[in-house]
Design a protein around this ligand. Structure first.
Ligand SMILES: Nc1ncnc2c1ncn2[C@@H]1O[C@H](COP(=O)(O)OP(=O)(O)OP(=O)(O)O)[C@@H](O)[C@H]1O
Ligand SMILES: [Mg+2]
Length: 358
């Protein structure tokens, strides 16, 4: 087991006009499950491949267990990678697939058999060891890929979207299994996904990337409660946070006919006549007074329902999402009034999107 450190690690592909990963600084603690998340092309796979030694590091360093591995070959890094497509050998049995890396490394037959049997037990694959991959379900193949990584007892697991070939239900089950297994094994893990729900449910901490830049890293709750900028605010959380560009007035910001109170020093940090107010769907109170919202769609989920509607603010129409009681949702076409719950709002500077308050 080991720590993993990115020290201003940078990667630029030949001929590219921008950095794929831009001076990434990240510390993964021993035994930690860290998730890299962000939209397509933000540099997640590149970051992981730099750690694996599969991509050149053009500036900065990479350390595993405090050892500088920036120039080390992949096989000398003592890591195991699980890819999206599993990359199983079709002509080998499940057992041979799982033990192959050990065989190449010259580990003795008895030891290989023992480690494969142990991993198979953990992964519920004991009855399938003699089969070939094509005779397995998608979920079972995914577990074989995990097993191949586990038998190596590496210092770190590196996983790149390992669940993306599974259907939605199996993905949810498997993500729980992987998270439990990782905790049991206590192996430092860097896990890549573009799915913010997966990131939030699996990670001890989550690192959000955009355009090769680290936007924020923190525990899931921190990212949710205190997003550092507009990008993280909009990316983390489903349905997404409502974001309204609003005029600054005396004592707060104007949201339609109401003034949402904001501390004076926060407004000072805004340094502009306009700020962006963020309110999560569950922090919009529906009923009584507030911004009129014409209901377009009601999504009923049982206990909760989400209302999607339109509100006029100044000369702009905003699409607004609010969570309501699932037993008493408003009807489509109705007008409801919404107001942010006191103390629940987020405030961002309009110019650069940085968080300035709450
Ligand atoms: N082999 C390559 N040669 C040139 N550019 C590349 C190469 N691989 C990736 N890129 C570029 O580098 C950037 C980061 O790519 P990367 O594959 O790391 O993104 P990602 O976050 O994993 O995206 P996705 O969610 O789609 O897998 C993108 O702009 C991509 O087009
Ligand atoms: Mg990728």
């Amino acid at each position: 087991m080991a720590t993993v450190t990115y020290d201003s690690a940078t990667c630029v592909y030949d001929g590219a006009d921008r950095l794929a990963v831009d001076a990434l600084d990240l510390e993964v603690a021993d035994g930690e499950f860290l998730v890299l998340v962000g939209p397509s092309g933000c540099g997640k796979s590149t970051s992981l491949r730099m750690l694996a030694g599969l991509e050149r590091v053009d500036a900065g360093r990479i350390l595993i267990g405090g050892r500088d591995v920036t120039g080390a070959a992949p096989k000398d890094r003592d890591i195991a990678m699980v890819f999206q497509n599993y990359a199983l050998y079709p002509h080998m049995t499940v057992g041979d697939n799982m033990g192959f890396a050990l065989k190449v490394a010259g580990v003795g037959k008895a030891e290989i058999r023992e480690r494969v049997a142990e991993a198979a037990r953990m992964l519920d694959l004991t009855d399938h060891l003699e089969r070939r991959p094509k005779a397995l379900s998608g979920g079972q193949r995914q577990r074989v890929a995990m097993g191949r990584a586990i038998v190596r007892r590496p210092q770190a697991f590196l996983m790149d979207e390992p669940l993306s070939n599974l259907d939605a239900k199996l993905r949810v089950q498997t993500r729980t299994q992987i998270a439990q297994l990782q905790r049991r094994l206590g192996v430092t893990t860097v896990y890549v996904t573009h799915d913010q729900t997966e990131a939030m449910t699996m990670g001890d901490r989550v690192a959000v990337l955009k355009d090769g830049l680290l936007m924020q890293v923190g525990r899931p709750r921190e990212l949710y409660d205190r997003p550092r900028n507009l990008f993280v605010a909009g990316f983390i959380g489903s349905p997404a946070m409502n974001l309204f560009p609003l005029p600054v007035v005396d004592g707060g910001v104007r949201l339609g006919e109401q003034v949402v109170p904001v501390a004076r020093e926060a407004l000072g940090r805004a340094d502009a006549a306009e700020v962006v107010l963020g309110v999560r769907p569950e922090d919009l109170e529906v009923g009584g007074v507030g911004l009129p919202l014409e209901v377009d769609v009601v999504e009923e989920l049982g206990a909760d329902a989400y209302v999607y509607g339109r509100a006029e603010l100044g000369d702009r129409t905003h699409v607004v999402t609010a969570r309501v009681d699932g037993r008493r949702p408003p009807a489509k076409g109705n007008v409801v009034r919404v107001a942010p719950r006191p103390g629940s709002v987020h405030l961002f500077r309009a110019a650069d999107g940085e968080r300035i308050a709450a």
